[in-house]
Ligand binder design. Structure first.
Ligand code: SAH
Length: 471
């Protein structure tokens, strides 16, 4: 089996330092199940590629089979795809041959490079995607920011009538620190293969958590990944899932509460908040929607306005932070609401990164000043949660217009309006994203400025109103 990893980082031959493998010298390594060879098909300043060729001895594998439960499945046969297809053998080879690069150990000849995002791509000529096919391949890699190119391979090129195989020729490209790139491959290649060769035990949970650090906890497919990685052994899966916490934000509640208040402080000058909520409310009113979701509802200011209008008979606020939901319940005097009002309103704890059946069946959704708090690689997951799974007829979404930032007297130049903002978009950037979402998911979108409009830089907030055009 073969994997080719390339970079266009300058100088590209720095890849050799990170991997601790000299481009000028091919090397071979003994593994318990065969051999690994490392060599560089190209090593220039502009582009450098390293190949990892793993030879697996299929007969030795079947003969050596032992251990409780055995490997079963494909390995019952002498003739199997193990010599050719990327599988957990490849992960073992990556860990053995590129161990320091995988763990992100600093390289003393190139300080800082291990953590530097590099333009990387990997070609895998035969990657088995059992169960789930190309869709699952994309669901695994796209939320992590990869561009995925996949071509399904025929079972046998000489006998096209035999049809297609479950194997794909795959190229994955992303700009990431090398250790993250390798960790993703280490975990996800066996997940796609779904037929791990070695006995799964407790240290597998530790390995999964170690290599999944920083990305698995927030991956929309983390349950499927964990289940398949741990070969569907329920007790291990439960143990691993219980340990997966979103370590990117150690104090989500604290951050969210501070977030809401800081944003207020910067924007107070214009009482932009009120104008924004007024505009959102008007759009929701105009949609005629009886049922409305407020996604990332924060302290519930929009919920308060919605409750006052008879049109809205079912109102649900969702937020990832317990703390702000408590603040919302307090602000809305939820405990003291008359029964009829209480029945109209619900507060749900949930993340917009995960598919959630509770969000289906609503006429409209508001997403006010929320997307800029999501990591760009995870936006794709959010898009699917909202536009594919929840799929309301109308979505009213707002986000800051970064062009306007030069006009804030209280905002230092070059800064976002809030330190938790992961990005702020210009009008062109927002519109490009929104048009893309609309066309991918069968919506139309139109744009409205919110707040005082400046001839050169536009208005402080930008709003997109999406309307579903396909069922
Ligand atoms: N819509 C409100 C709050 C905006 S602040 C308003 O306009 O006043 C952003 C809110 O998004 C915070 O309350 C934060 O907790 C929430 N949030 C951030 N990431 C989220 C996620 N992944 N899922 C759900 N809510 C999230």
């Amino acid at each position: 089996m073969l994997l080719t990893l390339s970079t266009t980082h300058r100088p590209a031959t720095d890849l050799g330092y990170l991997l601790r493998k000299n481009p000028a010298r091919p090397q071979s390594f003994e593994l318990t199940f065969g051999k690994a060879h490392v060599f560089y098909p190209e090593a220039g300043d502009e582009r450098c590629s390293v190949a990892l060729l793993v030879e697996v001895d299929p007969i030795g594998l079947v003969r050596k089979r032992r251990g409780p439960g055995g490997e079963g499945g494909l390995l019952d046969q002498y003739v199997n795809d193990r010599p050719y297809a990327a599988s957990s053998f490849l992960s073992v080879a990556i860990a053995e041959v590129f161990g320091s690069a995988l763990s992100g150990t600093e390289c003393k000849d190139r300080p800082g490079l291990a953590e530097t995002p590099l333009p990387l791509s990997v070609q895998i000529p035969a990657l088995p995607c059992r169960a789930g096919g190309e869709d699952f391949l994309r669901q695994l890699f796209e939320p992590l920011g990869y561009r995925v190119t996949a071509t399904r391979l025929p079972l046998d090129a000489q006998f096209p009538e035999w049809g297609e195989s479950s194997h794909f020729r795959v190229e994955l490209a992303a700009t990431l620190p090398l250790h993250q790139f390798l960790s993703h491959l280490y975990v996800l290649v066996p997940v796609l293969d779904n037929d791990k060769h070695y006995w799964v035990g407790d240290d597998e949970v530790a390995k999964l958590l170690r290599h999944g650090e920083g990305w698995l906890a927030t991956h929309p497919e983390r349950e499927a990944i964990t289940r398949r990685y741990l070969k569907h052994q329920r007790s291990l899966v439960t143990e691993a899932l219980a340990q997966l916490v979103d370590e990117s934000d150690p104090e989500p509640d604290e951050t969210a509460a501070a977030q809401v208040q800081e944003e207020e402080a910067v924007e107070r000058v214009l009482s932009l908040n009120e104008q924004r909520l007024g505009t959102v409310l008007a759009a929701l009113r105009a949609s005629g929607a009886p049922s409305v979701l407020d996604l990332g509802c924060g302290e519930g200011r929009l919920l308060q306005l919605l409750l006052k209008e008879r049109q809205f008979t079912r109102i649900v606020g969702v937020d990832v932070s317990h703390r702000v939901l408590e603040m919302a319940a307090e602000k809305l005097h939820y405990d003291r609401l008359p029964t009829l009002q209480k029945e109209r309103l619900r507060l749900l704890h949930g993340s917009l990164m995960y598919r959630d059946e509770r969000l289906a069946g609503f006429d409209a959704a508001a997403v006010v000043e929320v997307i800029e708090h999501l990591d760009p690689p995870r936006l794709a997951a959010f898009e699917r949660v909202l536009f594919e799974c929840a799929r309301p007829a109308t979505v009213v979404l707002t986000t800051p217009n970064s062009e306007y930032n030069v006009k804030w007297p209280t905002l230092p130049a070059g800064k976002f309006r809030h330190r938790d903002h992961r990005f702020e978009w210009t009008r062109a950037e927002f519109q490009e994203w929104a048009q893309g979402v609309a066309s991918r998911f069968g919506y139309t979108v139109r744009f409205l400025p919110v707040g005082p409009e400046d001839a050169a830089v536009g208005s402080p907030t930008q709003m997109g109103i999406f309307e579903r055009s396909q069922p």
